[in-house]
Design a protein around this ligand. Sequence first.
Ligand code: NAD
Length: 481
Amino acid sequence: MADPPQLADSPTDWIDETFAAQWPASLALRQSTAAQRIAKLRRFADALIARRSAWYEAFAQDFSKPPAEVESTELLPVIEEVRHAVNHLRRWMKPVRVRATWLTLGTHSRIEAQPRGRCLILGPWNYPVNTVLCPLVSAIAAGNTVMVKPSELTPAVSRLVGELIAEVFSPDEVVVVPGGVRTAQHLLGLPFDHIFFTGSPAVGKLVMKAAADHLSSVTLELGGQSPVIVDETADLQKAAEVVMWGKLINLGQSCVAPDHVFVHRSVRVAFVRACAEVVRARFGHSGADQQASPDLARIINLRHTGRIAQLVSQAEQAGATMALGSPVDHERRFIPPTLLTDLPASAEILDEEIFGPVLPIIDYDSLDEVIARINAKPKPLALYIWSRREAITRRLVDETSSGGVCVNHCMLHYVHGGLPFGGVNNSGMGSSHGHFGFKAFSHERAVLRAGWTLPARFMFPPYTPFKSRLVQGLVEVLRRL
Ligand code: NAD
């Protein structure tokens, strides 16, 4: 099973012309109404769902993603994003009145959400529909023009994203720009008003550097290691069921996948047994059964298959135990579900985002040790806590940092439209989904109208002794209020 051929780069003069053509369209969109934006979102959702079987086929070609996962992790989040935006857009677009302060008595102020203008969305390969179309929904809801560059590593899906967009939008409003790194680099040289990037922290840094040349604002949805903590009071069966679901959906290639587990030493054996039983019950006992299961996707390419296999064999050589696992089929890009225990600190697998179906399980004795290990690493995208004790949960939430947290579940915060989704520092910057996505693609503009009087007039020159005393007096009064 060879890697799918990557998408060819787009001609740079076509990119430049399209970018120029989006300028007048972006100015016109500043006047667009909620009704017009909602109509576009509805047409877009209909066209997305009309291609259902084509999505299944494209995902099967790119990395054998099971249709049920195409539904639950690609189409469902986009439809939910549309539904949420359609239901709330009128309220989001409404200017927010702000009361006058002491210094601005007599004025009338409001905050108006203005479209940012021309936006760029750059997407990764692991959720090639969801990660570009969810931000697209927010960008359209906020009234922007958009150039979308999906991943070159999922050519069939990215081509279909292009067809969908071409059916619903004119290219001066939303356009898909196929291509790889060279196309992304060319796009990053253009003065976009906002760049929404989803991908690795390493490329996120390059995006932010390129954005600095034009002072384009950025939203960075990045990755990293999302740890799980299972304490001695946790419901081990439920934890195993949910953690193994989170680890194996998309064959572990999820930004919010549980990366590794810290489990209290007293329940480690029971937890590992429960995880292994869940895998066998869902996908079969042997490696061959698991490979034959229609419910496990494939690794995106040979390079990543080799990278993950190498992490596992390096861990074993360093002394780790494979509590569950079977040989890797490199040619078919299949890594079987794997549980590793007894990991020495020198195991490289503990230092990077695994992005595959391998779960390192690390024993702990004291929570201090877990908190110190989490805080010693870059801030994760998500943190998952399994405990029945509120004091433990509270400590872990208060004493660590991460983009988001789920208690007694995994990844569910991602689909809650009312919550901000995003990372912090190394795992990202800014947030998306629902109102937060709308705000990412909007400029919150302060609009103040002068009324009957303004204390500011007492600050105009010439600075007479009287005015100086008045301002001094004002400072003293405000200090005491
Ligand atoms: P990536 O950073 O390699 O690529 C993402 C995009 O950047 C692609 O469109 C690619 O063409 C482009 N790109 C790659 N190299 C570039 C360069 N040198 N200059 C400019 N553009 C470049 O990421 P990936 O491998 O496609 O995706 C996996 C990563 O994405 C993981 O780290 C994962 O955690 C993260 N991710 C994050 C989220 C989230 O919501 N936070 C969601 C999905 C994936």
